[in-house]
Design a protein around this ligand. Structure first.
Ligand code: GN1
Ligand code: MG
Length: 360
């Protein structure tokens, strides 16, 4: 089935199409229906990674129904239902496609220029989890098992060292050593999750800035890209914002001297997230705010380097050494983050004070 046949199943005959976003996992396009001028986001799911695409549809349906009932004013990007009544089209080649309405007047950013954008985004991700706190978590499917299981990610990294080719191992030697020296970050995760004070919640698991819709005045509207929404810990969402918002350059940057960790963006993230989630978090969770950044940056460094050592099996590579460059980038980011750890703890403390939330 080709693209135009798939779009026909959604009732779209005449259209213009252009690629959207820069993710390597799913393929995304902007589709404009010529007759109506309406815009849609059209997406093909990567079945190699999402082994049960129907679980994604089931989660989005569950959340959509819950929000419509409990929080009807929330700006949720509901899936467009195809003419056969389905939310997702499966072709005879086992490809999965879906369509969303495009929120008019909304924009997305691929980088942050001002702390207020970090504040707004963090508020939106906090709000998303908070609004869904009454959802029956047992109904929410795990779309990628062990996605942010840092203990397992560390184990996979250790396994990759055993089978990697010698040249790749040599190229990665320095970062590999750094990652091994910082194993305590993975140990801390193993301890944290045994505590009953660490709660599973509706977690987005991909809180990069392009997954937030903004209005033209830079106010956050809602979050999008819900494929990895599943039960998880708050450190995933808060930490991935730190990982992706603190530096003025992204994980793709090969010139490591351009990487920075900006304190005012850290403060804005914490302020925005706690303004929605501060009351919800347990005392144990409240003392893991700074840890969340270490957790996510370390995990992403492990994932990139593991993939490099596994011959780019998971992410693929846009050029030779792509995952090594990204792994080195994340290691540098982690080093800069660790340098500011005690400063960040003080920032967290004053944010709790500002919100008049008790922290032991
Ligand atoms: C993947 O494809 P994209 O950019 O949406 C990955 C994230 C990583 C990110 C790093 C399902 O997301 O977890 O943080 O790459 N998503 C999956 O570039 O593995
Ligand atoms: Mg994504």
């Amino acid at each position: 089935m080709n693209i135009s046949t798939v779009l026909k199943t959604f009732g779209i005959d005449n259209y213009e199409m252009s690629p959207l976003g820069n993710g390597l996992i799913n393929k995304t396009w902007l589709v404009r229906e010529i007759s109506s001028g309406n815009d849609f986001v059209f997406q093909r799911i990567n079945e190699k990674i999402f082994k049960r695409p129907e679980d994604i549809t089931s989660n989005i349906r569950l959340i959509d129904d819950y929000l419509k009932k409990e929080h009807p004013h929330y700006h949720f990007t509901s899936p467009v239902v195809a003419l056969n009544g389905e939310d997702m089209i499966k072709t005879e080649d086992n490809d999965h496609f879906r369509l969303f309405g495009y929120v008019g007047g909304s924009v997305t950013h691929i980088e942050l220029t001002k702390p207020v954008q970090a504040y707004e985004a963090a508020k939106q991700f906090g709000k998303f989890t908070n609004l869904l706190s009454g959802l029956d978590l047992s109904q929410l499917k795990t779309t990628i098992p062990d996605f942010h299981n840092l203990g397992l990610r560390f184990q996979q990294f250790m396994d990759s060292l055993k089978c990697a080719d010698q040249l790749r191992l040599k190229n990665a030697r320095e970062v590999v050593n750094f990652l091994m020296d910082n194993q305590s970050i993975a140990d801390e995760y193993r301890t944290i999750i045994t505590s009953s004070d660490f709660k599973l919640r509706v977690t987005h698991h991909d809180t990069k800035i392009s997954n937030v819709l903004f209005d033209l005045e830079d106010k956050g509207l809602c979050v999008i890209d819900l494929d990895t929404v599943m039960p998880g810990y708050f450190i995933s969402d808060l930490g991935d914002m730190m990982r992706t918002y603190l530096s003025p350059v992204s994980e793709e940057e090969g010139d490591l001297s351009k990487i920075e960790v900006r304190t005012e963006f850290f403060q804005a993230i914490v302020h925005g997230y706690l303004s929605e989630m501060g009351d919800e978090l347990s005392q144990a969770e409240r003392s893991s705010i700074t840890y969340s950044g270490k957790f996510m940056i370390y995990m992403q460094a492990l994932r990139f380097i593991t993939d490099y050592l596994n011959n780019d099996f998971y992410y693929g590579a846009r050029y030779e050494g792509h995952n090594l460059v990204r792994g080195k980038n994340q290691v540098k980011l982690l080093q800069l983050f660790l340098n500011k750890e005690s400063l960040f703890d003080r920032v967290v403390f004053s944010e709790f004070n500002r919100l008049k939330i008790n922290i032991l």
